[in-house]
Design a protein around this ligand. Structure first.
Ligand SMILES: [Zn+2]
Length: 249
């Protein structure tokens, strides 16, 4: 891969890092990352990935921009109300760099379309707001041996998980086999905008580390963060013998 001089300069602050270097930056240029949900998590995630030089990006969302989104969905402004999120996100990302190949999917992920969308990407980022989608995406990533980086936010609390299904690892269902009775999400519970920024940026951080094969990553673990107490807790997940994805085998 030949890199133009202006690209070398643009990404020079990353390239001089020992852990990235020119070879790491080339991997970032060649990476294929899918963002499911262009909401509070997906907005900062897409921005940081675009600015880091991720070369191929897919974005999935079926929603339109609403006024209540604007405290945390930083790709959008009051001028964008009523537009589809993926359309506006695509415009902003293209403005960052014309070189990014971005494909937008103006739809929700379903059993029917999941393969045709996710098969084109190596790293899948889940920022959806419901358990049905989370399970669907998790189970697909297990079967197809993808890397899944998943985050969830509510009120002042955030969670982030990473699973590399190329290796033996627990999955999201091992941790949460069933949909909890109280399905909290930021629509019903409220959300502090900065938490969305922190957790979406942490997702981007894990994506970049996955691309450059950083050894110190979050595989098979979760981070629980509370933005009031500023407590970060890292929890190792274990494989559940009863998991329907047969993670114990
Ligand atoms: Zn499992």
């Amino acid at each position: 891969m030949k890199i133009a001089n202006n690209e070398l300069k643009r990404f020079s602050k990353q390239i001089i890092l020992k852990n990235i270097g020119l070879s790491g930056q080339k991997k970032i240029f060649a990476s294929k990352v899918l963002i499911i949900g262009i909401g509070g998590l997906g907005c900062p995630l897409a921005l940081y990935l675009a600015n880091s030089g991720v070369g191929n990006m897919g974005i999935v969302d079926h929603d339109k921009i609403e006024l209540t989104n604007l405290n945390r969905q930083i790709l959008f402004t009051a001028k964008d109300l009523g537009k589809y999120k993926v359309d506006q996100a695509r415009k902003v990302i293209k403005n960052i760099s014309k070189k990014i190949k971005i494909t937008s999917y103006r739809k929700a992920i379903t059993k029917k379309n999941i393969n045709s969308i996710l098969k084109n990407y190596d790293i899948i980022c889940d920022g959806t707001d419901n358990f049905k989608s989370r399970y669907l995406i998790n189970d697909y990533c297990v079967r197809k041996k993808k890397i899944l980086i998943s985050a969830a936010i509510s009120k002042f609390d955030g969670h982030i998980f990473k699973f590399n299904f190329k290796k033996k690892t627990p999955c999201f269902r091992c941790f949460m086999p069933q949909i909890p009775e109280n399905q909290y999400n930021c629509d019903t519970e409220g959300i502090v905008s900065t938490l969305a920024g922190i957790m979406g940026t942490m997702q981007a951080n894990e994506v970049i580390k996955s691309i450059i094969n950083s050894k110190s990553d979050l595989s098979g673990k979760m981070i629980i963060f509370n933005s009031l107490s500023l407590d970060f807790r890292k929890v190792k997940l274990s494989r559940n013998i009863n998991c329907i994805n047969e993670c114990k085998k």
